[in-house]
Design a protein around this ligand. Structure first.
Ligand code: NAD
Length: 270
């Protein structure tokens, strides 16, 4: 069968397990014929490579080209990843960045209590890492190439509980626009999908996921939550040639929640 990603090659950073948004996106990319290399968070205990195993178990049956460790706070890891990517593929067509982290103590409290070190680390992993990857991807991205990251509405407006990660997403979304401007002349697009709540390891670190699901069910135009598969499909679209005219865009895959200025009045009838 003809696939949207036939002959397309790229890198996916951010699969932790089968709940990860990056995994939902990967499944769409594979379905459409992509060739993909992957990273995993380095394992602390080399004798028990849990992170590596989880990623390998998911991607190897589908034909993943390589799986190598990458801690985005380490320049040498990032250098190795893009060296490997170039060795394997030569030029590439897409890069998926699906990475975020904040220390729980800094993330769960008010922004006015965030520590200097917590702020630095959160911004480094959640925002700077996109910049670090874009700079290394630039020389090996084909014309028509596409970079995609994952964001959340809490970076645009206040979502109570999102706290420090909101500041990180604001920086990330700004980086998307500046990178779009800078890479556009070589034909490379940079976009973000702003997803509604999806049950993942990261999401459970950001407040009460059950209440977030209720919020979207009650207040979003579609009156339901989105699925990881829906994020996967919209993300694959932005990474594909179907989105060849789109750059610097933040595409909301959130049942329309972002467009509401006030709750629907029927939400109070229950
Ligand atoms: P996840 O926990 O499955 O994925 C987060 C990934 O970040 C993991 O693979 C983790 O290993 C990686 N990571 C953390 N620190 C790293 C480091 N130092 N180096 C390399 N990798 C590191 O959760 P997810 O929900 O799939 O998150 C993916 C992206 O989607 C994040 O940017 C997140 O903010 C965003 N997002 C998630 C939701 C949601 O509701 N789940 C909504 C909107 C946006």
């Amino acid at each position: 069968a003809m696939g949207l990603f036939d002959g397309k090659k790229g890198l996916v950073v951010g699969i932790a397990n089968d709940h990860s948004i990056a995994w939902a996106i990967t499944q769409q990319l594979f379905k459409e014929g992509a060739e993909i290399g992957f990273t995993h968070l380095p394992d602390k205990d080399a004798a028990r490579p849990k992170n590596e195993k989880k990623v390998r178990k998911l991607v190897e049956p589908l034909g993943g080209k390589f799986v190598i460790p990458c801690d985005v706070t380490k320049d040498e890891d990032l250098d190795a990843v893009f060296k490997k990517t170039e060795e394997e593929f030569g030029k590439i067509d897409f890069v998926l960045h699906s990475v975020a982290f904040a220390p729980p103590a800094d993330l769960t409290g008010p922004v006015y209590d965030v520590s200097r070190d917590g702020f630095k680390l959160s911004m480094e992993i959640s925002a700077y890492s996109l910049i670090a990857m874009a700079g290394r991807a630039k020389p090996i991205l084909n014309e028509g190439g596409s970079i995609l990251t994952l964001s959340y509405l809490g970076g645009e407006t206040v979502v109570p509980g999102y706290n420090l990660m909101g500041l990180c997403k604001a920086a990330l979304e700004s980086a998307v626009t500046y990178l779009a401007h800078e890479l556009g002349p070589q034909g490379v697009r940079v976009n973000a999908v702003s997803a509604g709540p999806v049950k993942t390891v990261s999401a459970s670190g950001v407040g009460d996921i059950k209440k977030m699901f209720q919020l979207y069910e009650t207040f979003s135009p579609l009156r339901r939550n989105i699925t990881a598969e829906e994020v996967g499909k919209a993300s694959a679209f932005l990474l594909s040639d179907h989105a060849s005219g789109i750059s610097g865009e933040i595409l909301h895959v959130d049942s329309g929640y972002h467009c509401m200025g006030a709750p629907p009045t029927d939400a109070f009838d229950k």
